[in-house]
Design a protein around this ligand. Structure first.
Ligand SMILES: [Zn+2]
Ligand SMILES: [Zn+2]
Length: 126
């Protein structure tokens, strides 16, 4: 598939690259509107789909009934707040030991894993 670099797509990519956590389509639409970029839901969803199918994005579903997108980066995990819905990144290196342990104990060759932690973020514990 040919990736045409339309202004909307460039802006969406930039927003995703600069986001510290996975974002949903609504956050992207709000961002584009704040930049006075004339766009609509359909355009945003279509662009996200193209970027995702071209392997540039990771897509997550944290049981919210919607997808969140993130530009592909180093392996990491997510902390999902059950109260305010905030999603934070957390480093992924903790699991390397666990994977080699499983490899030894179960003889299972792990190619990938996905792990989310659900609970309360710092703000929601107050
Ligand atoms: Zn919270
Ligand atoms: Zn993330």
């Amino acid at each position: 598939m040919q990736l045409k670099n339309t202004p909307a797509r460039a802006a969406i990519s930039n927003f995703l690259i600069n986001s510290k956590e996975p974002v949903d389509a609504l956050q992207i639409i709000n961002f584009l509107h704040s930049k006075k970029l004339n766009t609509n839901k359909v355009t945003v969803y279509r662009n996200l789909d193209v970027l995702y199918k071209n392997g540039l994005l990771d897509r997550f579903e944290f049981g919210e009934g919607k997808f969140r997108y993130e530009f592909k980066k180093n392996h990491h995990h997510h902390l999902v707040c059950n109260k305010c819905g905030r999603v934070e990144d957390v480093a992924g290196e903790y699991l390397t030991d666990l994977e080699s342990k499983i490899r030894r104990q179960n003889g299972f060759l792990i190619k990938s894993h996905s792990l989310e932690f659900y609970g309360l973020c710092r703000r929601c514990q107050k």
